[in-house]
Design a protein around this ligand. Structure first.
Ligand code: CUA
Length: 172
């Protein structure tokens, strides 16, 4: 006796149907953007990783820095390597060395930590990598603009985390 009629809801009116379709179409667009952006967006830095002991990595970076050192700033060498493999070491609380790169050239940037986990983040670009001891992240980068770029640590790495700032210089 109290049962509702068989079709008790109000069918969608034209406006509601339109909005639903728009929202659904937008979902499809966003969904499609994921693979499209991955393939064509030049958004993800091609990165690979390999294992190394902290001592080995430290030695490799020291040799690299000595070989291509062109200056020094606050005790940190400024290093100007040729295109190819370049090295960056993270430790409490420093990025070592300061890299001087050439615009338009390609580099394979090997980054690792010799103590705890750090976060590699280039400002003002949005490039972020997790940096762990015993793993080397290799990112292929080609600087497109000259200037001075800051590297900040975006993973809390104890007391000096907030002063862990490094630099990459890009020249024409
Ligand atoms: Cu290194 Cu925070």
């Amino acid at each position: 006796m109290f049962a509702p009629p068989r079709v008790w809801w109000r069918p969608l009116d034209r406006l509601e149907r339109t909005w639903l379709l728009l929202a659904f179409a937008w979902c499809l667009v966003l969904f499609a953007m994921m693979p499209i952006w991955l393939a064509f967006g030049r958004h993800n830095v091609p990165a690979t990783a390999y294992r190394v002991s902290p001592a080995q990595f430290r030695q490799r970076v020291e040799e690299f820095a000595q070989k291509y050192q062109v200056g020094v700033e606050k005790g940190i060498p400024i290093v100007e390597p040729p295109p190819g493999d370049v090295y960056l070491l993270a430790r409490q609380w420093q990025w070592y060395p300061i890299l001087k790169l050439k615009k338009g050239q390609s580099y394979r940037l090997h980054i690792s930590s010799i103590d705890v986990q750090h976060g590699f983040s280039i400002q003002p670009l949005n490039l972020n990598l997790q940096i762990l001891p015993e793993y080397v992240q290799v990112a292929t980068i080609t600087p497109l603009e000259s200037g001075e770029f800051s590297i900040v640590c975006n993973e809390f790495c104890y007391l000096g985390h907030h002063v862990m700032v490094g630099r990459i210089l890009v020249t024409d």
